[in-house]
Design a protein around this ligand. Structure first.
Ligand code: NAD
Length: 442
């Protein structure tokens, strides 16, 4: 016998607006059970999907092809959204050069939906944004259709929490939050997600609470990463190893959650989202001091890593203007090709102003734009190690598996800066070695 949820949603069609890192896995997840229209303004992405070629690591071509034309229909034609019962928006929410929210993609997507809006449809925003976006920005645009929110059509916010590339916490087993315009909408939206996601889904009392939950989660990360980054510099100068402190503090079973220092923060979320809250808080006369400070510290970290490298090179007797440096890892986190806002880019830019040659090796990233110029990555680790100095910036699993210490010992490298505590110092011989935050003088 069919479950209550299956009965309620039999024949349901889902629309996903924006099939990127968030939208494509979401579309595939719903395609397990429902007809899904995947709408995107990027014709390049839609053409790729129509050919069965995925551009997101978490969605394989085989998985895409399993649903394509059966339950998943990619399109650039917004008219196809007319038949959807639920439309989920997963478009970017960037900041501009002054770190102010750029709601352009959300506004444009909402205008598109307003143009095709049908009685009975439920519109759900998944993009990360400040509290008030759905009701203050989206609702008036949608009501221009002549339909009324909460009467003719329905609104909800359900933030996306996926961590692309994370094999353990996936879209299927990560708990979700839902806040709707009224209780019935919240329940309906909760049911539709629950029908494809095994993790619990928590309903909150309204849309603003759901919006605030997501922004709080990302502010929490930005602030805690900044805290550990700052302490890594202070402890370093006190002769204390932050990595050992973190291991020790992590034995406390309650009240402590380890965050780790590094080259800084990157990606589409942590360096960006907190400023959405700053902007909204300013509107009501508040200054978000934690957010501003965290941003300042995290943005400083690539400069700090560059200083460590230059210091190590000088201690190794190298002349900066005649030296070459390779950065290992340029994505914003391990095991992904995503370089959006990666702090390694800033690190390479800092280095390029001070040394003769900057290069990088990242098995996931063949090329990169540095100082508005394309930089081709070294084709192999051996080529990257044919440098005077290396900086380990991103702890890709592969770097831990290839015996880097031995490779370094056999190379002509004279200085090593390990920003993620990846190497076993005892196995590095006759080379100036510095681990960020290890408390050792070089
Ligand atoms: N990537 C992550 O790890 C992650 C995790 C959680 C939440 N989020 C949030 O999810 C949202 C989407 O992020 P993403 O990483 O998927 O971005 P993305 O750039 O990978 O994908 C967004 C897609 O939206 C499309 N698009 C832009 N404007 C559009 C419009 N008007 N109509 C239709 N399509 C449009 C783009 O072409 C693109 O394909 C952001 O708010 C982000 O903060 C991202």
């Amino acid at each position: 016998m069919a479950s209550a949820i299956e009965k309620v949603h039999k024949g349901t069609t889902i629309g996903i607006v924006g099939v990127g890192y968030v939208g494509l896995p979401l579309a595939i997840c719903f395609s397990e059970k429902y007809k899904v229209i995947g709408y995107d303004t990027s014709t390049k992405k839609i053409e790729s999907l129509k050919k069965g070629t995925s551009y997101i690591d978490d969605v394989t071509d085989d998985t895409l092809k399993r649903h394509l034309g059966i339950r998943f229909f990619p399109t650039s034609d917004d008219e196809e959204l007319k038949d959807c019962d639920y439309i989920m928006i997963a478009v970017p929410t960037p900041i501009d050069k002054d770190r102010k929210p750029d709601l352009g993609p959300v506004i444009n997507a909402t205008k598109t939906i307003s143009g095709i809006l049908q009685r009975g449809q439920t519109i759900i925003l998944e993009s990360t944004t400040y509290p008030g976006t759905v009701e203050e920005i989206m609702k008036p645009i949608l009501e221009k259709s002549g339909l009324r929110a909460g009467i003719d059509f329905f609104l909800a916010y359900s933030p996306e929490r996926i961590d692309p590339g994370n094999k353990k916490n996936t879209i299927y087993n990560t708990p979700k939050i839902v806040g709707g315009i009224d209780e019935k909408t919240t329940q309906n939206v909760k049911d539709i997600y629950q029908s494809v996601i095994s993790a619990p889904i928590m309903a909150v009392s309204n849309i603003r609470t759901a919006e605030a939950t997501k922004i709080f989660e990302n502010v929490f990360r930005a602030v805690n990463i900044a805290l550990v980054n700052e302490l890594s510099i202070i402890f370093d100068n006190m002769g204390i190893n932050i990595w050992e402190v973190l291991d020790a503090a992590s034995t406390k079973p309650m009240g402590f959650m380890a965050h780790y220092p590094g080259v800084g923060v990157g990606g589409h979320c942590i360096p960006v989202d907190p400023y959405y809250l700053s902007y909204k808080a300013k509107k009501i006369g508040h200054t978000t001091r934690f957010i501003e400070l965290a941003g300042e510290i995290n943005h400083y970290m690539p400069i700090h890593a560059a200083y460590l490298a230059m210091d190590a090179m000088i201690k190794a007797g190298l002349e900066l203007e005649n030296s070459s440096v390779s950065v290992l890892g340029v994505s914003y986190k391990p095991n992904t090709n995503d370089t959006r806002d990666s702090p390694s880019i800033s690190l390479l830019e800092q280095l390029s102003e001070n040394v003769r040659e900057t290069r990088y090796f990242d098995p996931f990233v063949p090329n990169l734009t540095i100082n508005m110029k394309e930089l081709i990555g070294c084709p192999s680790i051996e080529e990257a190690l044919d440098s005077d100095c290396i900086i380990l910036a991103v702890p890709h699993d592969i770097f831990k598996e290839i015996g880097l210490e031995e490779k370094i010992n056999k190379s002509r490298i004279k200085a090593v800066v390990d920003c993620k505590n990846m190497l076993d110092k005892k196995r590095i011989q006759n080379i100036v070695y510095k681990c960020l935050g290890d408390g050792d003088k070089i």
